[in-house]
Design a binder for this molecule. Structure first.
Ligand code: HEM
Length: 497
C-alpha cells in the first residue's frame, strides 16, 4: 500500500537545493538517497521535483519508462529556442522511434570508426597550437577539439570559427531550460551568439544542398539523412524542426564528450602509472597500420580508464521527465503530471556495487570483477528508450582524442597536487582552475595538408574540404570557396537559402 509522505532533500527557503546541487550534483543526490531512500522531493528555485534514485529507480526507468514517463515537457522548452516543435529528446512513443531510426546511421559507432583517423587529424591540428610551458585551461581546449570533430565529421562543416558563440548559445539555452530566464532573449551577447548559430546552420544546409555528395564521392552523412527524411515526409519532419536536428552534431558532444575527456585527463595526470599504460596503447593506435576497428579493440587500458572516468565523473548524473501515468514506486504514489528527476548515477558511488567508490580503479572493469555489468548499476549514457544514441560514437571519439593527446605531448598539471574543482551547470565539468602545461612535444606534427586523406571511400569531405582548405586559404576564404562550390542552381535541395 502506498504511503503519502515523501521525504524532502535539504534546502534553503526560497532557493531550495540549488546551492548543494551547484556544489556537486552527483554527490548531493547520492547523499540524499542515503539519507531518505529511493524517493524524495527537491526544490530548485520555484520548481518542485520528485526524485527517484538507486538501482531500483534505474531498473524502473529502463523497464517501465516508456509507460510512466515522458520527455516532452522538459525538452520542448529547449526545442523552442531553435524554433522546433519536436526533437528526438522530446519525442516519445512511435514518433520517437522514427526519429531515432533517422539519426541512427550518422551517430553510429561504425560511422565513427570509419572516421577515426579524421578525428585524430583534427585533434592533432588543435594540439599543435597548444602553447609550450604556459598554463592552459584544459576543458575549453578539449571542447574545441571534440566540437570540431563531431561537427566536421557528422555535420559536414567545421564549427571552429563559431566555437565560442556556439558554446555561449547552447549553455545559455540549456540553463534557461533548467531555470527560466525571461530576459535572456534581450541580452546583446546572446543575440549575437544566436545570429552566429543561425549562420552556422545556413552553412551546414548550403553545403548539403546541390550534389556535393556526388561531386566528392562522399557517403551520405547525418544531414543528408535528415534532408531525405524531410523530403520524404515534410509533415512528420517539417522544415521548422530541421534546424535543431541539423545542429545536433554541433551540440551533442560539446559538453558530454568534452567534459568526459577533461575529467579523464585530470584522472590520468593524477595516476601517472595508468597514464603510462594508456600512452603505450596510444602510440600503437596512432602509428599502427591495422584497420581502425582493429587498433581500437586493442585499447583495453584506455577503454577501462574511460569507463572509470564516466563512473566517477558522470556528465549526465540525472534525467528529467514528467510522470505520464500515475504509478507506485518504493511505497509511494506518484501522480500523473509530476515533474520527475531520475538520479541515474547514484549507484556509481554505492560501495555494495563499486567497492571503495572514491578510488580511481580501472581494474573494476576486468573480466574477474566486471562491476559495471551488474544490472542497472552503471548508467553514464542513461537508460531506456532515450539511452544515448551516440554512445558508440562517443567511445570512439574519447579514445581517438585522448590517445592523440597522450601520443603528441607530455603534459603536467599546472600546479602539482591540484585537486579538481568543478562547475555543475549546465552540465558537470572541470572548472577554469583545471590547467595543464605542455612540457614538450613527443614528435614532429605533420601539417594536415601534407598528409593523405584519412577516410576510406568518400569521408574525405570533412577534413579535406573543411580542414586543408581551411589551412590553405584561411577560415573566411575557405568558407567563401565552399559557398561558391555549391551554386544554388545545382541544388536538388534549395528550400533554405
Ligand atoms: C560521454 C559522452 C556522452 C554522454 C555521457 C551522453 C549521455 C546521454 C544521455 C544520458 C542521454 C539520454 C538523455 C535522456 O534520456 O533524457 C543522451 C541522449 C542522446 N545522445 Fe548522448 N551522450 C554523449 C555523447 C553523445 C554524442 C557524441 C552524440 C552524437 C554524436 C550523442 C547523441 C545523443 C542523442 C541523439 C541522444 C538522444 C537520444 C534519444 O532521445 O533517443 N551523445 N546522451
Amino acid at each position: 500500500m502506498a504511503t503519502s509522505t515523501i521525504p524532502f532533500a535539504r534546502g534553503l527557503p526560497g532557493i531550495g537545493s540549488v546551492i548543494d546541487m551547484a556544489r556537486d550534483t552527483r554527490a548531493f543526490l547520492t547523499d540524499s538517497y542515503l539519507e531518505h531512500g529511493p524517493v524524495f522531493g527537491m526544490r530548485l528555485l520555484n520548481r518542485h521535483y520528485t526524485v527517484l534514485a538507486g538501482v531500483e529507480a534505474n531498473r524502473f526507468l529502463a523497464r517501465e519508462g516508456t509507460r510512466h514517463f515522458r520527455s516532452f515537457e522538459f525538452w520542448s522548452g529547449f526545442n523552442a529556442w531553435f524554433g522546433a516543435a519536436r526533437s528526438t529528446l522530446s519525442a516519445d512513443g512511435a514518433e520517437h522511434a522514427a526519429f531515432r531510426r533517422a539519426l541512427k546511421r550518422g551517430y553510429s559507432r561504425e560511422y565513427a570508426v570509419e572516421r577515426m583517423d579524421g578525428m585524430i587529424d583534427i585533434a592533432r591540428q588543435e594540439i599543435a597550437a597548444w602553447p609550450l610551458t604556459r598554463p592552459m585551461p584544459a576543458a575549453p581546449a578539449l571542447q574545441r577539439i571534440v566540437t570540431d570533430q563531431v561537427g566536421t565529421l557528422v555535420g559536414g562543416v567545421s564549427p571552429r570559427a563559431y566555437n565560442d558563440d556556439l558554446v555561449r548559445y547552447v549553455h545559455a539555452v540549456l540553463s534557461a531550460t533548467l531555470v527560466p530566464s525571461p530576459h535572456l532573449r534581450w541580452s546583446p551577447r546572446f543575440r549575437r551568439a544566436s545570429a552566429r548559430v543561425d549562420r552556422l546552420y545556413r552553412e551546414v544546409i548550403e553545403c548539403h544542398s546541390g550534389s556535393m555528395r556526388e561531386r566528392h564521392g562522399a557517403e551520405p552523412d547525418l544531414i543528408d539523412d535528415l534532408l531525405d527524411l524531410h523530403e520524404a515526409d515534410p509533415r512528420f519532419f517539417p522544415e521548422a524542426d530541421l534546424k535543431l536536428a541539423a545542429l545536433g552534431p554541433f551540440v551533442a558532444a560539446l559538453d558530454t564528450v568534452a567534459g568526459t575527456c577533461a575529467f579523464m585527463l585530470y584522472a590520468l595526470l593524477r595516476h601517472p602509472d595508468v597514464l603510462e599504460r594508456v600512452r603505450e596503447e596510444a602510440d600503437d593506435l596512432l602509428t599502427g597500420s591495422a584497420p581502425a576497428a582493429e587498433r581500437l579493440r586493442q585499447m583495453d587500458t584506455l577503454h577501462r580508464a574511460a569507463l572509470e572516468t564516466m563512473r566517477m565523473y558522470p556528465v549526465t548524473p540525472l534525467l528529467i521527465r514528467t510522470a505520464a501515468n500515475s504509478f507506485e514506486f518504493a511505497g509511494h504514489r506518484i501522480p500523473a503530471g509530476e515533474r520527475m528527476m531520475i538520479a541515474t548515477a547514484v549507484p556509481h558511488y554505492l560501495p555494495e556495487y563499486f567497492p571503495e567508490p572514491e578510488r580511481f580503479d580501472i581494474d573494476r572493469y576486468g573480466p574477474e570483477r566486471a562491476e559495471h555489468k551488474k544490472p542497472y548499476v552503471y548508467a553514464p549514457f542513461g537508460l531506456g528508450s532515450h539511452r544515448c544514441l551516440g554512445n558508440g560514437f562517443a567511445e570512439v571519439q574519447i579514445a581517438a582524442t585522448m590517445a592523440t593527446i597522450l601520443h603528441e605531448v607530455d603534459l603536467d598539471l599546472d600546479r602539482a597536487g591540484y585537486n579538481l574543482k568543478t562547475t555543475q551547470f549546465p552540465m558537470p565539468a572541470p572548472d577554469e582552475s583545471f590547467k595543464v602545461r605542455v612540457r614538450g612535444r613527443r614528435g614532429a606534427v605533420q601539417p594536415l595538408a601534407e598528409r593523405k586523406p584519412w577516410s576510406a571511400a568518400g569521408g574525405a569531405r570533412g577534413v579535406l574540404a573543411g580542414g586543408a582548405l581551411w589551412g590553405a586559404l584561411g577560415a573566411e576564404a575557405a568558407r567563401e570557396a565552399f559557398r561558391s562550390f555549391t551554386p544554388a542552381h545545382l541544388g536538388r535541395r534549395t528550400f533554405i537559402r
